[in-house]
Ligand binder design. Structure first.
Ligand SMILES: [Zn+2]
Length: 431
């Protein structure tokens, strides 16, 4: 009965949902460099204060890229229920990536056409943020006397690692399991899919060393690029086949990412690239340094120490064949894989709500790349966390990005039913 009223309360807010999504898209929160973060937080603050939330704006002072010109602002809003209970937190990032070329609509116009709202950030993830706000507001109308608390956050810099956003808030204790029990991140994973986590990441630089000499007498030097060539050949022969053979039980989508992968992000050796407009010729030198940047994505079944040891073993195989081979491997960045258990409370509750709204079973997926769940898991120590939200993942970061109005309505219904289950029915069971 109440659930029926909840569904109706969401349906009645369709125009509001569209208008809110459009208003968010029209604030171009481009990252980098991090534009209009304060503006979007203030606009959300006004909205959420009007719905009875206590709102806090938090600047990530000292975080990477935080400056007076581009301050890293975050919003945390909390609405307490009438009785003690658990807290459900919706976390969305408010930053968007550059627009790129190929748009046929204004990327910051928020145009509504044929049931879709267009714009940069429409699906990733201002549509999800708007859906969570509408879900919470509809829930408050139907269940004013709920137990526990609802939190909504809009955070900075997810697209550039989340250090001025969720990581900063987690350091301040905002995702402490004492304070928050359930986290839903409305990233665009499609409205019938629950994302349990992501693979791990290790970025490193591999450098080969040589000795500079005149290019007309290469035998007097030692070519670092040829050494790197040997490394790349060894990679093709032994490492890529090894990685392709490592399959995971994690339900990663797309299927190609259900194995270990390695990308070579960049390669550079020899004299630096000259400034544009330089019209001279290169100089004849034997390169004494060559460097690649690798991006290794690893599985929950793998240990990061083994992942690193594989690279060292590969480099040692090359060294055994090449006299005078000298190399260095430098760590740049690492993130552990994370996967919430399928029987975690937030997972089973959202899965049941998907079944009720969409009349089909939820799919469980894992993301090939990381997102802010890493900080909630590692810094916040909170394991009961998923990504669930409207929008089609493949459209993220593309030209003519859009989010479907029906998808936003459906996922808002799923979110509102989840609140009813965790803060009304469970709340009643506990009291
Ligand atoms: Zn996103």
């Amino acid at each position: 009965m109440d659930d029926e009223r909840l569904m109706q309360a969401i349906a009645a807010r369709e125009d509001d949902l569209v208008a809110l999504t459009q208003a968010l898209i029209r604030i171009p929160t481009l990252n980098p460099p991090g534009r209009n973060y304060l503006e979007i937080c203030e606009s959300l603050a006004e909205r959420l204060r009007g719905s009875g939330f206590a709102v806090e704006l938090v600047r990530a002072h000292g975080a990477p890229a935080d400056s007076d010109k581009y301050p890293r602002w975050n919003l945390v809003a909390r609405r307490e229920g009438g009785r003690p209970g658990e807290c459900v937190h919706f976390n969305s990032h408010h930053d968007v990536v550059e627009t790129g070329h190929g748009w046929t609509v204004d990327p910051f116009g928020g145009e509504l056409r044929d049931g879709r709202v267009y714009g940069r950030g429409a699906c990733d993830m201002k549509g999800g943020l708007a859906a969570s706000i509408i879900a919470a507001e509809a829930f408050l109308e139907v269940h004013p006397d709920f137990a526990g608390a609802i939190e909504i956050s809009a955070t900075a810099d997810e697209e550039s690692g989340g250090y001025g956003g969720v990581a900063y808030l987690a350091e301040l204790g905002h995702f402490d399991p004492e304070r928050v029990q359930h986290v839903i991140i409305p990233e665009p994973l499609n409205k019938d899919r629950i994302c349990l986590g992501h693979r791990g990441v290790w970025w490193a630089e591999i450098e080969t060393h040589g000795r500079i000499a005149h290019g007309s007498m290469p035998f007097l030097g030692d070519c670092a690029v040829r050494h790197m060539g040997a490394v790349l050949a060894e990679m093709e022969d032994t490492l890529f086949p090894l990685l392709a053979g490592k399959r995971t039980a994690m339900p990663v989508v797309p299927d190609g990412a259900r194995a270990s992968t390695l990308n070579i992000n960049a390669i550079h050796g020899g004299e630096p690239v000259q400034e544009e407009g330089y019209t001279g010729l290169p100089a004849p030198c034997v390169p004494d340094r060559c460097r690649i940047t690798i991006d290794r994505r690893f599985l929950i079944e793998e240990d990061i120490a083994e992942v690193k040891a594989e690279i060292t073993a590969m480099m040692e195989r090359v060294r055994a064949r090449r006299p005078g081979f000298v190399y260095e491997v430098r760590d740049l960045f690492e993130v552990q894989p994370t996967m919430t258990e399928r029987d975690a409370p937030v997972v089973t509750t959202v899965a049941a709500a998907i079944e009720r709204v969409l009349h089909r079973q939820a799919d469980f997926v894992v993301s090939p790349g990381t997102y802010d769940q890493k900080h909630i898991d590692r810094i916040g120590r909170l394991k009961n966390c998923i990504a669930y939200g409207p929008g089609i993942l493949d459209l993220a970061h593309q030209p003519d990005e859009w989010v479907g109005v029906q998808d936003m309505l459906d996922s808002a219904k799923v979110m509102a039913l989840t609140l009813a289950e965790l803060l009304v029915r469970n709340g009643a069971a506990q009291s």
